[in-house]
Design a protein around this ligand. Structure first.
Ligand SMILES: NC(=O)c1ccc[n+]([C@@H]2O[C@H](COP(=O)([O-])OP(=O)(O)OC[C@H]3O[C@@H](n4cnc5c(N)ncnc54)[C@H](O)[C@@H]3O)[C@@H](O)[C@H]2O)c1
Length: 358
């Protein structure tokens, strides 16, 4: 029988989850949102039969799994509630507001024996798949160092709403644009972090000239208390190192989403450069490996299929395949915990001006 899934949160991301679950053969049968109007509109557009304005009612219905696509503050509590109702959970990124909440989610998963995965959709991009294959087959060798970036000049996703309210989001671009940090860790083999040093900046964070071309509506009189940019460095117990830069508003040329790494045998780059409008249609993708062969420099372009959705559909499909035992999970909750420990440490280092030991 097909896996039955319910969606919690009818916002912009829901359609990718629905497409991915259906691609993997699951049935998407129910949708819940605190706005019953939003749930009704999305359910109708996506041919979903049942609509709920209450998550408990959705969880009491006949479902195997749920997907959580709501503001970050609710990821932890809703995941615990859904796991305790006996459902597998696929939760949007970031895993939660902080590492302590992810520990509670993992404890609930272990109590009930269900799956808990996060939507690190960039791991499901064709570029990432090709690169991971070359890392695992020994072409790259040990990755000593990597640089992870998601940087924007004008990319604040709405003013005064949940994105810019730390109590609801957990922070600004560090937590919102964590994808490349996650992808670099994935390529490096998720080594155990040792120390983190970071700095955050809040320039332009309430300047509407720096708004992105997407996001959620502005809220007059709402809160804006998150960073606009961050830079930092992570060391690992293995001796590997990782530099990162994330921004919503910073004086950079164009939006860049990239992981560059230096392996002992090969270096590599996965990069998406967005056009000045910041939209997917104008993006330029690069996937390359750099080696020395017989005394010559060899730069290899890895050709992949275009994937404008940045792996979102295949990431949701992988969740279904993983809970049905047809594929290995593309991420584990423990890796989500490790990422949140690093993010907690970035904020602590920025607040104290000191390196933080993990
Ligand atoms: N993986 C990606 O590429 C990606 C991209 C954008 C957003 N996201 C993540 O998706 C999540 C949602 O973002 P969005 O842009 O869709 O937000 P959104 O504000 O557009 O939509 C969120 C929806 O959740 C509903 N909601 C809020 N609290 C709820 C609750 N407690 N119970 C049920 N419904 C609730 C809201 O009414 C709204 O309809 C965030 O965690 C964000 O980080 C991921």
């Amino acid at each position: 029988m097909a896996t039955k899934i319910g969606i919690i949160g009818a916002g912009g991301m829901a359609r990718y989850h629905i497409d991915g679950f259906r691609k993997a053969g699951a049935e998407v049968v129910a949708m819940a949102d605190i706005s019953v109007e939003a749930a009704t509109i999305s359910a109708k557009a996506n041919q979903i039969e049942h609509v709920f304005d209450d998550v408990a009612a959705l969880l009491a219905s006949d479902l195997d799994a749920v997907s959580i696509i709501v503001p970050n503050k609710f990821h932890g509590p809703l995941a615990v509630q859904a796991l305790e109702a006996g459902k597998h959970v696929f939760c949007e990124k970031p895993p939660a507001l902080n590492a302590a909440e992810v520990r509670e989610m993992i404890a609930a998963r272990d109590r009930v024996g269900k799956e808990l995965m996060f939507n690190f959709n960039n791991r499901a991009r064709p570029e990432s798949h090709e690169m991971k294959k070359r890392i695992e087959n020994g072409t790259v060798g040990r990755i000593n160092s990597a640089q992870a970036k998601w940087i924007r000049r004008t990319g604040i996703p709405g003013f005064g709403g949940w994105f810019t309210t730390k109590a609801l989001s957990g922070g600004g671009p560090v937590i919102d644009l964590l994808h490349m940090l996650d992808l670099a860790l994935y390529f490096m083999g998720n080594p155990e972090p040792a120390h983190v040093i970071g700095q955050t900046f809040d320039d332009h964070i309430d300047n509407k000239d720096f708004k992105g071309p997407w996001g959620i509506p502005d809220r007059e009189g709402g809160t804006t208390d998150v960073e606009s940019a961050a830079h930092g460095f992570v060391t690992f117990r293995t001796g590997q190192v990782l530099a990162f830069q994330m921004s919503w508003a910073e004086m950079v040329k164009r939006e860049e989403v990239s992981v560059v790494f230096q392996g002992v045998k090969a270096g590599g780059k996965i990069e998406r450069l967005f056009g000045s409008d910041g939209l997917d249609e104008t993006a330029i993708d690069t996937c390359e490996l750099y080696t020395q062969e017989s005394g010559e420099r060899v730069d290899t372009v890895i050709e992949v299929e275009e994937c404008p959705d940045m792996g979102r559909i295949d990431s949701a499909a992988n969740f279904v395949e993983a809970i049905e035992g047809r594929a290995l999970a593309l991420n584990t909750a423990e890796q989500g915990l490790q990422l949140m420990q690093i993010i907690d440490a970035v904020y602590e280092s920025a607040a104290t001006g000191r390196p933080v030991a993990i």
